[in-house]
Write a protein that binds this ligand. Sequence first.
Ligand code: GAR
Length: 197
Amino acid sequence: MKNIGVLISGGGTNLQALIDKQGSVLKSGRIVCVCSNSSTAYGLKRAENAGIPTKVIRKNADCGGDMDEFNRQVCAYMKEMKVDVIVLAGFLAVLGGELLDEYTDRIVNIHPSLIPSFCGDGFYGLKVHEEALKYGVKVTGATAHLVNEITDGGKILLQKAVEIQEGDTPEILQKRVMEEAEWIILPEAVELVCKSV
Ligand code: GAR
């Protein structure tokens, strides 16, 4: 059984999917801690409700605005909690340095598009869906992938397509991509990594 640490920034619906799939889809790991870079992230409440330890580490307030220090502190917490596999579940900061070296091929991210479309620096959250609608693609989806030093550039683990419908707004599309793709493939991808490391 591998120890999973989940990093979040917001609502935490992907964290909830992981919590709900523990013991069924997610058999080879269990969530031992949740770390947020925002003190107001609702995902913290979801973790508390599930009895999972939480920690807030903010780049500005706790790390003097220094990204290297932020990475050091997150890495130290992951090690303290004996984390084997890290999951970025709606974590809207780019990781680097020590954390990537320490956890090479053991960090999974969920991205709300079919990579290599609508990804890379600046493409996160609702913005991804705004751009997909603006471009006029007929199919989008989600990608679970390993994290390396290139934003959204690591090895793809799983992808799932979602059709765009007449009248979609970024908000409607975001919800459908979550329901039909993200919440399904993220627990599956985390299971694959837990089983293989
Ligand atoms: C999700 O749609 C996730 O794919 C996206 O942020 C949302 C977080 O929702 N992540 C990215 O855009 C990363 N580049 P959640 O907090 O409810 O899981």
